[in-house]
Design a protein around this ligand. Structure first.
Ligand code: ATP
Ligand code: MG
Length: 433
């Protein structure tokens, strides 16, 4: 992509409601912008990042036998009446009516619809287990949509549902998904913890959440400093105390001591987290309610045992930046960066600089490197600020040093600039990637 052709509307304006770094930088960097409360446009750069995250989620899920499907975003209310959730979902579930006055729901989640999809199509224990997922739009009429993509009303979720003949098999899949989610978040370059969680409105026996650790996180976690143990404070304290903890800033939280020690003997500490994934052991609650059965080994009809697995895909875009930024802008991780290399021609009127820019651009493209060429007629300082705000991992600066056959590589993470001879720039950048 050439920057002169790209639609990347960066701005100095900070939205008045943007208190968090990810919200500010994603809007200022031209990744997203707001269309209404909790409703966001994904601009070209935001869309690239979103697609990258979707691809990683899909690759890891498909490797372990999950099947991608796509359900309608709009579901008939009758499905929700069967499970009883038309009553319990409350105002977060938005209802709409068609011209015949039939009521529909903008999907906040899809347990019922997935059970209906499997019902009468999977008839024998021999066809189990099955794990189906989609990466699809969800709508929740959140009481307080805020923090940009972190708490939207319309957002993108990966929701997966597995069907089993026995509890043992459901537990095996639950562990497999836990391991798979860990791979996904590791590939995304995130620092995260798996914690014990409340099963919430979905119910069931056990659930775990995946939290990206960030000082601005909405949830308060207790984690062990030595072993893997972690719990959302929702599972440890009453609602009043949890709300009080969630209101406290990360700094103030560090002054609070936990009286208890971890069962491994080590110290427990408070952390703030952004919930990016949630896995539940559901049991047969939905399959019973919707009368979804298979024949077991003795030919007896039995309700499917289920588990469900969610990932906040659009929330992840913001979570990467909440964890990786400085005062000047975004610092994308290797797998999430919209372009890995930005080639900046300092003075576009200088023929030698422009030619080298075009040449490197072509060579990197030929090597399938995601590269953008900043060929705009703007001042160097302006272009540099833009590169920092957007957060390309590497910028090749072609400037005055070219007279001595040198260019510079700017590393967004360390903010260091290194001079490199023109003859070795390609090999140097390829090694860095
Ligand atoms: P939260 O506690 O943050 O409201 P939840 O428990 O309601 O989330 P789940 O029903 O577990 O969420 O949904 C699965 C995933 O979808 C969550 O782990 C989260 O990453 C994401 N998610 C939920 N609500 C939103 C939202 N309003 N905006 C963006 N992502 C969301
Ligand atoms: Mg949850």
């Amino acid at each position: 992509m050439k920057r002169s052709r790209a639609f990347i509307p960066t701005t100095k304006e900070v939205p008045s409601d943007a208190s968090l770094a990810s919200h500010q930088f994603l809007v200022r960097g031209g990744f997203i912008n707001q269309q209404g409360a909790g409703l966001y446009n994904f601009m070209p750069l935001g869309k690239i990042v979103l697609e990258k995250i979707k691809r990683i989620v899909k690759e890891e899920l498909d490797k372990v036998g999950c099947n991608e499907v796509q359900l309608p975003f709009v579901t008939p209310i009758s499905l929700w009446e069967k499970s009883g959730r038309s009553e319990t979902m409350g105002k977060e579930m938005l209802r709409i009516q068609d011209r015949h006055e039939n009521t529909f729901v903008l999907s906040p989640t899809n347990e019922e619809a997935m059970v209906e999809l499997v019902k009468n199509r999977v008839n024998s224990y021999k066809d189990l287990p099955i794990n189906l997922y989609q990466i699809n739009t969800k709508f929740r009429d959140e009481a307080r949509p805020r923090y940009g993509l972190l708490r939207g009303r319309e957002f993108l979720m990966k929701d997966g549902y597995s069907f089993h003949a026995s509890k043992e098999d459901m537990l095996r899949e639950f562990e497999l998904m836990e391991a798979t989610y860990k791979k996904i978040f590791t590939r995304l370059g995130l620092e995260f913890r798996v914690v014990q969680a409340d099963a919430g409105a979905i119910g069931g026996d056990a659930s775990k959440e995946f939290h990206v650790l960030a000082d601005s996180g909405e949830d308060t976690l207790v984690i062990c400093e030595a072993c893997d143990y972690g719990a959302n404070t929702e599972t440890l304290f009453d609602e009043e105390k949890v709300n009080a903890l969630n209101e406290i800033s990360y700094e103030d939280l560090q002054t609070k001591t936990i009286d208890k020690k971890c069962s491994c003997g080590a110290k427990l500490s408070f952390k703030k987290g952004i919930e990016v994934g949630h896995i539940f052991q559901l049991g047969d609650r939905y399959s019973q309610a919707l009368d979804a059965k298979f024949n077991d080994e003795n030919g007896k009809p039995k309700a499917f045992l289920m588990a469900t697995f969610g990932i906040g895909v659009s929330r992840l875009v913001a979570s990467v930046i909440e964890q990786n930024h400085d005062e000047n802008g975004c610092i994308w991780t290797r797998e999430t960066a919209p372009y890995k290399v930005n080639i900046m021609v300092s003075n576009i009127k200088d023929a030698e600089q422009s030619e080298l820019g075009e040449k490197l651009y072509k060579e990197l493209q030929d090597k399938n490197v995601e590269v953008i060429l900043d060929d705009r007629k703007e001042r160097f300082g302006f272009k540099m600020k833009d590169a920092e705000l957007i957060g390309f991992p590497y910028t090749i600066i072609i400037g005055k040093e070219l007279a001595n056959d040198a260019v510079q590589i700017y590393d967004r993470k360390t903010t260091e600039k290194t001079s490199v001879n023109v003859d070795t720039i390609m090999s140097t950048i390829m090694e860095l990637l």
